[in-house]
Design a protein around this ligand. Structure first.
Ligand code: SIN
Length: 485
């Protein structure tokens, strides 16, 4: 089924305190290939008891880990990064098999995830404090930064490597230890990463991975156990809100990267070919299953028809299929449930007057959760498609007349993760940069994610930032020392 150059990367047991272990009750759960519906692995289905064990191990390991010098932590992260890149091809194969994205994208995700490890290996050495001018001459004010402690990380299935790496790497750089709960759909990438961390020499207990299907029970333990000092979660806004409530009992710190509903605004002065290329990259990355995917296209009325023609032309080159096959550019969605959700949004938009301008004809013989890339025109500005995350390869185009209309439409949502705009007008760029209510804005680009930049949202898209030099802030406490002489 899969031929790995390094077969030991294929792990199906949980990783607790440096030990690969089965669930106490010997329970397992099936992991499916979304491109074929085949069961590819049976993975340890751990529960509350094992999660508690992992948290205790992380708490015991944390003091020693924090005692290491920044240079030592940096070196171990660097070794992990080197191993991840060395095994990029195997890791990409595992990722495609369990998640479905095309191999080229999977290779990209491994490099993207690894770039967070590399970045935070470097940032580990740059966690600076401060000396502040005191109110009197016999005083000194110092600010030091200390690790938060044990971190719980709950990660999604759409980027099984990168989302985990961008939580574990800053946590470890800061001197925290971690218990990670990957999505049950995609645990294999997380386990392979943990295996490489072990090979890199990261000590037992510093990284723990609990695999399981009872997300509610595991999540409750991760949020209610007082040894855990912080939660970092990537996933839906609905689950994020629930986790906030659960973390309230002992006022845990939280980083939340929640849902998005990115507007993609194209003005009549834009380079339309560049805008179409950006639209393709933003919309169809991971078959549209990305929090920062363009969700709603607002196109200036004078170029609306031309933009949709050009987009249709580009969409005709998309090849839907099994991500493991060389030519595939769009893989399956993660599940049948995902297909049904996308279809319901499309049906609703059509019922409100939208029309399908282009839809790829699927020529797939195998079972699998494929959805055809679809272009919808004349979408009602208030349809569910414009208010919910589509999480599928559907582009919805809506015309607008003025810059202020576009901004108003773009901001008309409860979430605020990413936005994109294409224009050559510097004054307009300034206005959009000021007024778009999102944590990130792509200006004449459809791709904004990288380890150097602060990734995160405002409004109901979450709290905190991941990546960049700001990313470490979420894993340290500030302590102020008031010295008197
Ligand atoms: C996400 O979909 O949550 C993350 C996407 C990215 O890092 O670009």
């Amino acid at each position: 089924m899969i031929n790995l150059m390094e077969p030991s990367l294929w792990r199906t047991q949980a990783f607790i305190n440096g030990v690969w272990c089965n669930a106490r009750a010997q329970k397992t759960f099936a992991v499916e290939n979304p491109a074929t519906g085949e069961i590819i692995a049976q993975v340890a289905d751990v529960g509350v008891a094992e999660t508690r064990e992992a948290i205790t191990a992380a708490a015991q390991a944390q003091l020693d880990w924090a005692q290491k010098t920044a240079a030592e932590r940096s070196q171990l992260l660097r070794s992990w990064f080197n191993l991840v890149m060395h095994h990029q091809e195997d890791l990409a194969q595992i990722l495609t098999l369990e998640q479905g994205k095309p191999l080229a994208e999977a290779r990209g995700e491994i490099a993207y995830g690894a770039s967070y490890i590399e970045w935070f290996a470097e940032e580990a050495k740059r966690i600076y404090g401060d000396v502040i001018a005191p109110p009197s001459a016999d005083q000194r004010i110092l600010v030091i930064k200390q690790p938060v402690g044990v971190v719980a990380a709950i990660t999604p299935w759409n980027f099984p490597c990168a989302m985990l790496a961008r939580k574990i790497a800053p946590a470890l750089a800061a001197g925290c230890t971690i218990v990670a709960k990957p999505a049950a759909e995609t645990p294999l990438s997380a386990l392979a990463l943990a295996f490489l961390a072990q090979q890199a020499g990261i000590p037992a207990g510093v990284i723990n991975v609990v695999t399981g299907t009872d997300s509610a029970a595991i999540g409750a333990e991760l949020t209610e156990n007082t040894l855990v000092r912080k939660l970092s979660f990537t996933g839906s806004t609905a689950v994020g809100k629930q986790l906030i409530q659960q973390c309230a009992a002992d006022v845990k710190r939280i980083t939340l990267e929640l849902g998005g509903n990115a507007p993609f605004i194209v003005f009549d002065d834009a380079d339309l070919d560049a805008a179409v290329a950006g639209a393709m990259a933003s919309k169809f990355r991971n078959a549209g299953q990305t929090c920062v995917c363009a969700n709603r296209f607002y196109v200036h009325r004078p170029v609306y028809a031309l933009f949709s023609e050009k987009l249709t032309l580009m969409m005709q080159s998309l090849l839907v299929g099994n991500g493991a096959e060389a030519n595939t550019t769009i893989g399956p969605l993660i599940s049948l449930k995902a297909i049904k959700k996308v279809q319901a949004l499309v049906d609703d938009a059509i019922a409100q007057g939208a029309r399908i301008a282009y839809q790829t004809k699927l020529e797939i013989t195998q079972q699998g959760y494929f959805y055809p890339p679809t272009l919808l025109l004349d979408v009602a500005a208030d349809s569910a498609l414009t208010q919910q995350e589509i999480f599928g390869p559907v582009a919805a185009l809506i015309p607008f007349d003025t810059e202020e209309d576009a901004i108003q439409l773009a901001n008309n949502t409860e979430v605020g993760l990413a936005a994109y705009c294409y224009t050559r007008d510097a004054k307009r760029i300034k206005n959009l940069s000021d007024k778009l209510e999102t944590g990130m804005v792509g200006i004449n680009t459809g791709l904004i994610s990288n380890a150097m930049a602060p990734f995160g949202g405002i409004k109901q898209s979450g709290w905190g930032r991941e990546g960049s030099h700001y990313g470490i802030d979420d894993y340290v406490n500030i302590k102020y020392l008031c010295e008197r002489f």
